[in-house]
Design a protein around this ligand. Structure first.
Ligand code: DX5
Ligand code: ZN
Length: 216
């Protein structure tokens, strides 16, 4: 069964703790999007939020940085209590160093690829990655449509993992619901991020369970 990391980008910002409590017993992690208004048009969250969220839940905090010069935020996020820090390949010319920095800060390191970026381009750092996040929409906003062509990349990553004994989890983010998750799971996805499908509903926990149910 797939693991689910609800994205609090679609949660109730004013009652964030209540939103988190709703999914705490059905989810496997919390996905926190950090957006700088440069790498993506929107602005969202930051290390201060991670620090505030850390004490209110035992769930792992999966931090998706959509920022320019992501190296700046590795230490502040680690100090704030991040468990996994995900860095976009496109956001830095030094993705290898960024992943090393994350490990040095004591966190798990994720590498993220946009829909227009190939698996081939991150081949040299796959041995360092604890997680590979395949964007299944163009980043920046919740509520977009899943791009089915991205499933080929999941398959490719899954094949490479098998062939070379890599240890990374494969995560998907964008447009995930209880239908789109199926082909992605079959191709080898371990963790599904879901924002609007989970939180734009009066029963977020049931939404998380329905994603899991779809991959049983
Ligand atoms: C998009 C963010 C996602 C977002 C997904 O750039 O990285 O985490 O919250 O939202 P949905 O699940 O609504 O596509
Ligand atoms: Zn995200």
């Amino acid at each position: 069964m797939i693991k689910v990391a609800p994205s609090i980008l679609s949660a109730d910002y004013v009652n964030l703790e209540a939103s988190i409590k709703k999914i705490e017993h059905s989810a496997d992690a919390i996905h926190i999007d950090i957006m700088d208004g440069q790498f993506v048009p929107s602005i969202a969250y930051g290390p201060g939020w991670v620090k505030a969220i850390r004490p209110i839940t035992n769930l792992k905090l999966d931090i998706h940085m959509m920022v320019e010069n992501p190296e700046r935020f590795v230490k502040p996020l680690a100090d704030a209590g991040a468990d996994i820090i995900d860095v976009h390949k496109e956001a830095t010319p030094h993705i290898h160093r960024a992943l090393q920095m994350i490990h040095k800060a004591g966190c798990k390191a994720g590498v993220v690829i946009n829909p227009g970026t190939s698996v081939e381009s991150i081949r040299p750092v796959l041995y360092l990655a604890d997680q590979v996040l395949v964007m299944t929409v163009n980043p920046g906003f919740g509520g977009q449509k899943f791009i089915p062509e991205m499933v080929n990349k999941i398959q490719e990553l899954s094949d490479l993992r098998k062939k070379y004994g890599y240890k990374y989890d494969i995560e998907i983010d964008g447009g995930v619901n209880n239908h789109t998750v199926k082909s992605a799971y079959k191709a080898g996805t371990d963790v599904a991020v879901a924002g609007s499908f989970v939180f734009d509903n009066p029963d977020p926990a049931a939404q998380v369970r329905s994603i899991k149910q779809a991959t049983k």
